[in-house]
Design a protein around this ligand. Structure first.
Ligand SMILES: Nc1ncnc2c1ncn2[C@@H]1O[C@H](COP(=O)(O)OP(=O)(O)OP(=O)(O)O)[C@@H](O)[C@H]1O
Ligand SMILES: [Mg+2]
Length: 253
């Protein structure tokens, strides 16, 4: 039975999608069957796997609205053991349309429950907000990875995120685990990095993953080639970091 892992942080541009894509690919490269579900209307995960957002037929949107079956949305990729349920801007409509449904928070969970027997891991990428799409992802997840940049405002963001996780646990998903906080775009040469890390450790020492992801130009280039880093630059420091982080995450979940 597959494990569902959500990547979430309401702060934007901190490496959620980059981490979801590259952890998914790294786990898959280790021989596990992985499905990545794009739960963000920006569709960045979709294009990071080389899928054209404009020519999609069945997306996360149709699944959440109940007008298509999960199996119809699963899209193959050229990458070993990785399939994707894509999304595009149409998913923005779901934020509004789902309000009409009483079961709006558990709709994605129904979908992942149906798909779980067919995969080892289901990876969810969520948008930079604590809206219904992120709530659905956290409700469906067994574990959440919180990617974070070592910057001052990130500390405020993380306590907000922890509050939301607590609320989701109370309301929808008692068993949700915080699998780990993943430090992204990590720069060991900055004093600020250590100041933030010190504060973070005071509150969440046991949650911080020991593997960190360095800033790397190759990591930021890979999506424009529609490739995860372990294919785009497989011997680079970005690929190595995500490979090690994937191993640590697999151990934790
Ligand atoms: N380790 C890294 N080194 C260099 N650039 C990175 C790294 N991680 C992410 N980036 C770049 O930073 C930008 C934001 O990353 P990403 O899209 O993964 O963040 P996000 O949290 O998913 O953003 P959003 O909140 O908009 O969904 C992208 O341009 C990405 O290529
Ligand atoms: Mg993103």
């Amino acid at each position: 039975m597959g494990k569902v892992l959500a990547f979430a942080n309401q702060k934007g541009g901190i490496g959620k999608t980059t981490s979801a894509v590259n952890i998914a690919a790294a786990i898959a490269a280790r021989g596990k069957k992985v499905l990545a579900i794009d739960c963000d209307p920006q569709g960045n995960l979709t294009s990071s796997f080389g899928i054209n957002k404009k020519s999609l037929r069945t997306t996360t949107y149709e699944l959440l609205l109940g007008s298509a079956k999960p199996a119809d949305a699963v899209t193959a990729t050229p990458f070993k053991n990785v399939s994707v349920i894509p999304s595009n801007i149409s998913l923005a409509g779901a934020e509004v349309e789902l309000v009409a449904f009483d079961d709006r928070a558990t709709r994605l969970k129904k979908i992942t429950d149906e798909l779980k027997p067919s995969y080892d891991y289901i990876i969810l990428d969520s948008p930079p907000s604590l809206g219904i799409l992120t709530i659905d992802a956290l409700t469906a997840a067994d574990g959440v990875i919180i990617p974070m940049q070592c910057e001052y405002f990130a500390l405020e963001g993380i306590s907000q995120m922890m509050l939301s996780i607590r609320r989701i646990k109370e309301l929808y998903n008692r068993d949700l685990q915080i699998t780990g906080i993943l430090l992204t775009m990590f720069n060991p040469r900055l004093n600020l990095t250590y100041d933030v890390l010190r504060e973070l450790k005071k509150a969440y020492a046991d949650k911080i993953l020991s593997e960190t992801i360095p800033r790397s130009v190759r990591l930021s280039e890979a999506p424009s080639h529609g490739m995860p880093i372990c294919y785009y630059d497989k011997n680079g420091k970005g690929a190595e970091a995500y490979e090690r982080a994937a191993k640590e995450i697999m151990k934790r979940i």
